[in-house]
Design a binder for this molecule. Structure first.
Ligand code: ADP
Ligand code: MG
Length: 667
């Protein structure tokens, strides 16, 4: 018969240490949190050997009175909770009273502290849980802790320690998280006598972010500030041009505490859906504030996971805040001259500098052009008559684009005459931005010659500033400037610079948004098959297709089981009329099945909408007519997220006038 025994206190502490202190970085996290709770405004962290040899933390906080030093290292002893009610209204970072006791049990600890009303400091040494007598010492107000020989009496833990560089990496991360959450605290980190961070207190959070992550991240910050009675979300996310392959740069703070929250990370991913490439993750620095009574922070020993009373509301709030912000932000990829290599003319991608401005630019003039009206009616939310892809007729940008590429050699159209463009210019007119021009490859040389000619002319017309074209293009009296190069890119401008657009990527996004709208209003046209098409898939694909029948039906694909791995397709989206049903299903299911995962309904729907948009969009290589170019460019401002294609690639590159001037050494 086993005998039940009360465990000795040392063993209790070691068990607690097993949970709370995983590695040197855990010590750093707990001690820094204590300094913050003590109201410190200056905290210095010194580390040697990645923290395995030494961790020293000094702060100028409130200090610990001499008669309480013993208690500070006792288990379940804390100054932060008075009654059990406080546990449900935690306002400090610590509250479990476990950290110091755990650390003292598994290391050589020196605790030195002095309060403001004491003339002297006091020091307590604890080695492996064995306390030495407290003795007075000289000290300034605040607390210093020195932890040496961590895990000296827990050999298994010690064995699991990685190299000192790896441990230092974790220590730096713990330091970063606290330093980010408390920018008003002066924080210093040194490793082996070398100062790694000396962060002066700042009111501006972005400055602290810059100190850690540099200009690339800091210049791409998009400010978020949303509050209501229950939830406040403020801080920054970054322009989609800055992303990471993992979620380690998602800094989430709940009431000042760094947290990991899958639901909030998911909301973040959703907000960036279609703005980042597959596999890329957003970067964020966000403070979430809720009433402490509505969150349980006592669900995880190191308190990095919490439980919200209403996590759904916070999820929705975060998602909506970000979407709202993105829709009101200019997320067009900016190009800037490389500053690092002064001789280089190579442009580099830069982040959109914030605060953001919108560049909505919809022309108000009614050109009487049916295509343009169609484009505009789409934009205003009316659900246009969306007939099968091949049957769009005159209302369809896509089909007219297809016609355009077929008719690319039309000699009767002045815009397509290889001779016409140079002729216009060589006649001495300055180039009219109202003419959207499409040119085949062999024509671009001539255009270049012509444009060179025009630029020289404009320059002489306007004191070398080249303003003639710009002003006329943006004063609203002309259609938006746009022309096609290499049958794949469109060149246009706005008030502050030049925009280069990938025609396929832009059209893909526009169609994606249109399809999404139709899916949401249940008005996506589908083609019902008179004779259902039988499709044989592999077992997993067939099972996934049947399992996701409802999602497929939303997009207009109706499937029925037909026995074995064969399924019947009874209808599919009209826009995919050109594709074989088996091809559609395979293409949709394959990427989603990879890795043996079951497709999530939202991903599946997205994949389907992506596919429709991709298949129906104009391709790189399709020549566009001037009207089509104009229609496409105008629609750019009518839908959300047109700065990125649904796969997250940018649709446009922006060269600011200033950057161009710099690259050409004008300024
Ligand atoms: P907790 O932080 O959960 O209360 P700890 O074991 O981390 O538990 O600390 C125990 C107590 O020691 C704290 O409640 C606090 O009163 C005191 N303490 C620890 N570190 C400091 C510090 N740097 N400055 C002032 N008091 C401290
Ligand atoms: Mg603590």
């Amino acid at each position: 018969m086993p005998t039940i025994r009360q465990l000795p206190i040392g063993l209790v502490n070691k068990i607690a240490a097993g949970e709370v202190i995983e590695r040197p970085a855990s010590v750093v996290k707990e001690m820094l949190e204590n300094s913050i709770d003590a109201g410190a405004t200056h905290v210095e962290l010194v580390v040697e050997g990645g923290g395995i040899e030494l961790i020293r933390i000094s702060d100028n906080g409130c200090g610990i009175p001499a008669d309480q030093l013993d208690l500070a290292v006792a288990p379940h002893a804390t100054s932060k909770l008075q009654s059990s009610d406080d546990l449900f209204d935690v306002k400090t970072l610590g509250f479990r009273g476990e950290a110091l006791a755990s650390i003292a049990e598994i290391s050589h600890l020196m605790l030195r502290s002095r309060t403001a009303d004491s003339d002297s400091g006091y020091e307590l040494q604890v080695k492996g849980g064995e306390k030495e007598p407290i003795r007075p010492c000289s000290a300034s107000v605040g607390t210093t802790l020195e932890i040496r020989h961590l895990f000296f009496n827990t050999p298994v833990r010690r064995k699991f320690m990685k190299t000192s560089q790896t441990e230092m990496g974790h220590v730096t991360e713990a330091f970063t998280r606290i330093a980010l959450a408390y920018p008003h605290v002066h924080m210093v980190l040194s490793n082996n006598d070398r100062v790694i961070h000396d962060l002066l207190p700042t009111e501006r959070w972005s400055e602290r972010i810059r100190a850690f992550f540099g200009d690339e991240v800091a210049d791409s910050l998009i400010a978020i500030d949303q509050r209501d009675e229950t939830v406040g979300i403020h801080g920054y996310v970054t322009d989609p041009s800055v992303s990471r392959s993992n979620n380690r740069m998602q800094y989430l703070f709940l009431n000042g505490r760094t947290i990991r929250d899958r639901s909030l990370q998911h909301a973040l991913g959703e907000a960036y859906r279609g703005l980042l490439m597959v596999g890329r993750m957003p970067v964020c620095f966000l403070h979430v504030r809720v009433d402490p009574k509505t969150v349980d922070v006592n669900v995880h020993p190191t308190k990095v996971e919490v439980r919200f009373e209403d996590s759904g509301a916070i999820y929705t709030r975060l998602l909506h805040s970000l979407r709202h912000k993105f829709l009101n932000s200019d997320l067009v990829a900016k190009v800037r001259a490389a500053t690092a290599a002064p001789n280089s003319m190579m442009p580099t991608f830069a982040d959109a500098s914030m605060p953001v401005t919108t560049t909505h630019h919809v022309s108000s003039e009614d050109s009487g052009n049916g295509l343009l009206n169609w484009a505009k009616s789409n934009a205003t939310g009316g659900v246009p008559d969306f007939r099968p892809y091949q049957g769009f007729g005159s209302q369809s940008l896509t089909s007219s684009l297809a016609q355009a590429s077929r008719a690319s050699a039309r000699a009767d159209d002045p815009f397509y005459s290889p001779a016409s463009v140079p002729a216009q210019h060589s006649a001495g007119q300055s180039w009219e931005p109202s003419s959207a021009v499409a040119l085949a490859d062999h024509e671009t040389d001539e255009l270049e010659i012509a444009n060179r000619h025009v630029r020289v002319e404009s320059a002489s017309n306007s004191d070398g500033s080249g303003e003639v074209v710009t002003d006329r293009a943006i004063d609203g009296s002309h259609k938006q400037l746009g022309f096609q190069i290499h049958n794949r890119y469109l060149v246009t401008q706005d008030a502050s610079g030049m925009v280069l657009i990938d025609q396929h990527a832009l059209h893909e996004r526009i169609l994606y948004e249109q399809v999404k709208k139709k899916v949401m209003s249940k008005s996506l046209e589908c083609q019902r098959l008179l004779v259902p098409e039988s499709v044989t898939l592999n077992a997993n694909e067939a099972a996934a297709a049947i399992e996701n029948r409802e999602t497929l039906a939303v997009i207009g694909i109706d499937v029925e089981p037909f026995g074995g791995d064969t399924i019947l397709v009874t209808s599919y989206p009209a826009m995919l009329a050109k594709m074989h049903p088996a091809e559609i299903l395979r293409q949709v299911l394959e990427p989603l099945m990879s890795g043996g995962k079951k497709p999530d309904a939202r991903d599946l729907l997205d994949e389907l909408m992506n596919m429709i948009a991709c298949k129906a969009a104009v391709k790189a290589g399709d020549r566009l007519s001037p009207d089509e170019i104009t229609a496409l460019l105008e629609q750019r401002h009518c839908y959300q997220d047109t700065h990125h294609c649904p796969h997250g690639r940018p649709t446009a590159l922006f060269f600011s006038r200033e950057q161009l001037d710099k690259m050409f050494k004008r300024i």
